[in-house]
Every structure is written in C-alpha cells, then in structure tokens.
Design a protein around this ligand. Structure first.
Ligand SMILES: [Zn+2]
Ligand SMILES: [Zn+2]
Length: 397
C-alpha cells in the first residue's frame, strides 16, 4: 500500500516531479568530485525556482531562499549529497544507470530529488516562513577526504544556525529515525603494502612471499576486535580488499591490503590503528618482509544536536504519524556530514526506503539497492515541515 504524508499539512508535495527527478539523476550517475553535469542540472533547476545559487567548489551548489513571512531571522540548512559509486547496477529498472560501472547505489539520487522537491515547495510558499533556508547540494560524500570538509573550508557553513540531512536506509517506507547524540560511526582506514622479494614460483627458497605474509596479516587483523577490544565497545576492522600477483607461477614483489575501520570513540580509533600496525609489523618481521602504511583521514562521528533531533522527531511525527518516527540505533555506517555538524548544530535523519518484507532486501552500496519511491514524498514533506517548524510564525524564539 502506498504511503503518503499526512494530508493535514499546510502544503502539498509534487510527488511525480520528485520521482521524475530521481529517475533522471539515477540514469546519469557521476562519481565523487566529478559531479559536473549533476551540479549544473541542480543549479539550473534551483535558478528556475527563483533561488539564488552559488558554487562553493566546482561541483557543489548552494541555494539560498529567503522567507517573506513571519518567523525567526535564522538560517537553516538542508543538505543532500549528489555523488554515485563505482558499482555496476543490477536492479533491472527501466531508469537504470546509463554509465557502465557507475551507480547511485547509496540513494544520493533520492536525497537530491527530495531536496529539490523541498526547494520547489518552499520557493512557492515563502509567505509561510521568515529567515533563510540554505540548500546545500554536496559533492563527493563517498570518497575520502569527502566533499563536506571542502565546502566547509569554502565557507559554506558561514551564517548557518543549523543543518539537517536525510539518508534513505533499509527500513520500512513511511518511517523516520532520528536520535540525539552519536548517529553514525567513525570510519577510517587505508592501505597496507607488504614488500617482499619476488621470484619464479618454482624457486620459493629465493623469495620473501608477500602473498603468504598478507594472508597471515588478514588473519591477524581479524583477531583484534575479538582479543584487544572491550566486548561492550563497537568496532569493525574489515580487510575488504587484497591485491597481489598476476600469475600462478610467479611470486610477486608486493601485496596490498585495503582496510576499513569503524569505531565510536577517538580512543578506540587509536587502539585499532595501534594494534593493526603492531600485528602487521610483527608478522612482516617474522618473514623478513617490510611494510608501508597509507592511512586516510577518517570521517568523524556525526553527533546530532539534541534540540535539532527533538525538533526533527516532532516534525517527523507530524508528517509520518506518531507511530512511524522514533529514535533508532547508532548506525555502523559513517558520513562526511560530520564535517558540517562539527561546524554548526547538525542533525542526521534516517528515512525508510523499503525493507525486505516490502520487497527491498538490499542494503545501500549493493548493485541491487533500490527504494520504494513513495518514500520520497515523506522525505520531502519532512524537510519542508522542519523549515516551517523552525522558521514559521508560531516558532518560539
Ligand atoms: Zn554510501
Ligand atoms: Zn550515502
């Protein structure tokens, strides 16, 4: 059964337009830092709505809309990310990606479409609020060091009193989850390169085999969480990538392991990287191999501002119904939205895009990830309602 926003709201959402935008963007995905056509498309649409735009970075867009009604003279931001992933789409949808090996597998197409929907509704109803709405269309969420911190450096958060972001997730359509405090996990990691000594495969005595050493390192890394970490703490250490060699009869010179690390405190992050290096150094030394590390800056934990989270929960109940909005759990995922939320009060909201029972069993980043599109109207309505609740005439200053 189709889910719709509460019909008592003071505005209507252009459902079909939002779905059309989502499908158009889904069919034409662009990778992180390469959102050239997408950002132009977004900027053109915003300008068509009479919204003033600017470009903090080459592929990001800011839209600024001033209310003409009564309300607090605050500036509230809404953020949508626009980049896609290097994933080959397998949804079989008629609006599937037209770009080989690139897919909107994290729902950023839905985020952009919903926020364009909110921009359209608000631009047609400026008399319903005072203050300013800033639409933040962000590039490069998926690729470290992330687009958000670039936008912060370019001054995109200056003058904002708060910022919200929605993310679709594998949860029932029509539901919203938003919690005060930590909302996501810290994500870091990088590459471990093991250097050995290559040789003919038939003369292993002349080699230091980096494939064998890498295999032992992978096993070692998988013992850190079980043996070095307090069982009540959250930590993931995932050696998700391993590359070495070209042929079965050759022992290569080097092997590279890509590792992703998720934690919820700075102390645990330090512990994770210390143990990764201790174990790897020890294993490499035992075989006479050397090792180099290349760690990338982590995405910080997203901390939701308590007041904004309480407001988001209240607005979500108005839009989706009292039973369909709750605090939810801390996500094991991570988000560079933390770069914004570390500058101004921020709030990251989870929007149900469909779950297994509704026929949507695949998680974000899966080649078959998809959403049930009636979630889009809920998300757009929530964004608009949040602005009206924070910048409308009935708002207590
Ligand atoms: Zn993602
Ligand atoms: Zn995402």
């Amino acid at each position: 059964m189709e889910v719709r926003p509460n019909d008592q709201l003071s505005f209507t959402v252009p459902n079909e337009q939002i779905i059309e935008w989502r499908r158009q963007m889904h069919a034409h995905p662009e990778l992180s830092f390469k959102e050239v056509n997408t950002s132009q498309w977004v900027e053109d649409l915003l300008q068509g709505m009479g919204i003033e735009t600017s470009r903090p970075t080459p592929t990001s867009v800011l839209g600024v809309l001033k209310g003409t009604g009564q309300g607090p003279a605050k500036n509230i931001g809404l953020r949508a990310d626009m980049d896609a992933l290097p994933v080959q789409e397998e949804t079989g949808e008629e609006f599937s990606s037209t770009v080989d090996g690139v897919m909107h597998a994290c729902g950023h197409d839905t985020h952009t479409a919903m926020q364009l929907g909110a921009a359209k509704v608000l631009s047609e109803n400026t008399d319903l609020f005072g203050g300013t709405v800033t639409f933040v269309f962000q590039h490069a969420e998926e690729l470290n060091p992330g687009g958000a911190q670039e936008m912060v450096r370019a001054g995109a958060m200056e003058g904002l009193d708060g910022i919200f972001a929605l993310h679709v997730m594998n949860a029932p359509v029509g539901t919203v989850q938003v919690r005060p405090g930590p909302a996501t996990s810290l994500a870091g990691g990088g590459w471990i390169t093991i250097k050995g000594q290559g040789s003919h495969g038939s003369m292993p005595q002349n080699s230091i085999d980096p494939v064998l050493v890498a295999a032992q390192v992978v096993v070692g890394l998988n013992t850190i969480v079980s043996r070095s970490v307090d069982p009540s703490h959250f930590m993931v250490i995932n050696p998700g990538m391993i590359q070495a060699g070209q042929a079965p009869n050759v022992i290569p010179d080097s092997a590279t392991i890509g590792v992703s690390v998720r934690t919820r405190t700075a102390e645990d992050t330090d512990l994770a990287f210390r143990r990764i290096e201790e174990l790897t150094n020890g294993i490499c030394a035992a075989y006479g191999a050397s090792v180099e590390y290349e760690w990338v800056d982590a995405y910080d934990i997203v901390y939701n501002d308590a007041a904004l989270a309480a407001q988001a929960l209240e607005s979500a109940k108005k839009v989706a119904g009292d039973d369909n909005a709750w605090e939810g759990e801390i996500s094991s995922g991570s988000e560079d939205f933390s770069a914004f939320a570390n500058e101004v009060p921020g709030c990251f909201i989870i929007l149900g895009g469909g779950d297994a029972e509704q026929g949507f069993p695949f998680q974000i980043h899966h080649p078959k990830f998809n959403v049930r599109e009636d979630c889009l109207a809920i998300g757009t309505a929530l964004e608009v309602q949040l602005i009206l609740d924070l910048l409308g005439p009935d708002t207590a200053e």
